[in-house]
Design a protein. Structure first.
Length: 276
């Protein structure tokens, strides 16, 4: 059994730094939670109040002012559907690039990745016009398509990196046994890569749920996601900090809880195929 590390000044310093970094990263979320349970006057008080009587009026007003369940349903439908559609497109694409490489496979992969380096606002006008002319503006289907295309390069890269770790001899043995490409992909490759598919899907589900730019610009009352709900509390009269915090907490709570229970799979997704 491994012995615990010996206490040293260097170990103590690293521990203190780790705790400081953790507190700094957690502070915005902690302050958001505190503000959500304050009144508007308490939320803007100077100096900030740390001790106060919590209230639930902000959460009640968020639900009364806007249909939270509608926005939550739109977020759930668009994020889940875009993730499933993305996996259906990315898995065969990564399979072909990993096991049937052409002279320009690397170039195609780099080109796909380079699309994520372009600011989203650079493609806003053409995508908005296309969505408007095709009747997809302010629809769940329009957001699903945009979310899928936005996350597709990441999904292909993650699955491609994982597929490269699978010994090609396994697929060759399946071909020698008479398996078709579809049988090879469905009966051999998919079972071997279920962990990678799950972690990739979880990561892209979180990215779709948190997507704000396209949600705010391509949706309104009908297909608005929780990002649109949060943005609605910024008005010409000013920011309603307490209600904004309550709406934000209601928006991030489901995905935070989901991420907490699936953090192992999410970390695996970020490192999938990175270590051989």
């Amino acid at each position: 059994m491994a012995r615990p590390p010996t206490f040293t000044p260097a170990l103590a310093a690293r521990t203190v730094v780790a705790w400081l970094v953790t507190l700094i990263l957690f502070f915005p979320l902690g302050w958001l939670v505190l503000t959500a349970f304050k009144t508007e006057l308490q939320a803007i008080s100077v100096p900030p109040l740390l001790l106060f009587t919590p209230t639930l009026e902000n959460f009640t007003e968020v639900q009364l002012r806007s249909d939270y369940l509608l926005y939550a349903k739109n977020s759930l439908v668009t994020s889940v559907a875009s993730t499933l559609l993305g996996l259906a497109l990315a898995a065969p694409a990564a399979y072909s690039m990993a096991f049937f490489k052409g002279p320009h496979t690397k170039d195609v992969l780099m080109w796909m990745l380079s699309t994520k380096m372009m600011p989203a606002v650079g493609a806003l006008v053409p995508i908005y016009v296309l969505a408007q002319q095709s009747g997809l503006l302010d629809t769940q289907l329009g957001l699903i398509i945009v979310f899928t295309l936005s996350n597709l390069p990441i999904m292909v890269w993650m699955l491609y990196s994982g597929y490269k770790d699978i010994p090609p001899e396994i697929l060759e043995a399946a071909r020698m046994d008479g398996a078709t490409l579809w049988q090879e992909f469905r009966q051999v490759l998919l079972p071997l890569s279920l962990g990678g598919l799950a972690s990739t899907g979880l990561l892209c589900l979180v990215l779709s749920w948190n997507e704000a730019f396209w949600s705010l610009n391509l949706s309104a009352a009908k297909a608005g996601t929780l990002a649109a709900l949060i943005a609605s509390y910024s008005s010409p009269e000013g920011l309603f900090w307490a209600k904004l915090s309550a709406a934000s907490l209601m928006a991030i709570a489901p995905i935070v809880v989901f991420g907490w229970f699936s953090q192992k799979q999410l970390v695996q997704g970020l490192t999938f195929g990175a270590v051989k």
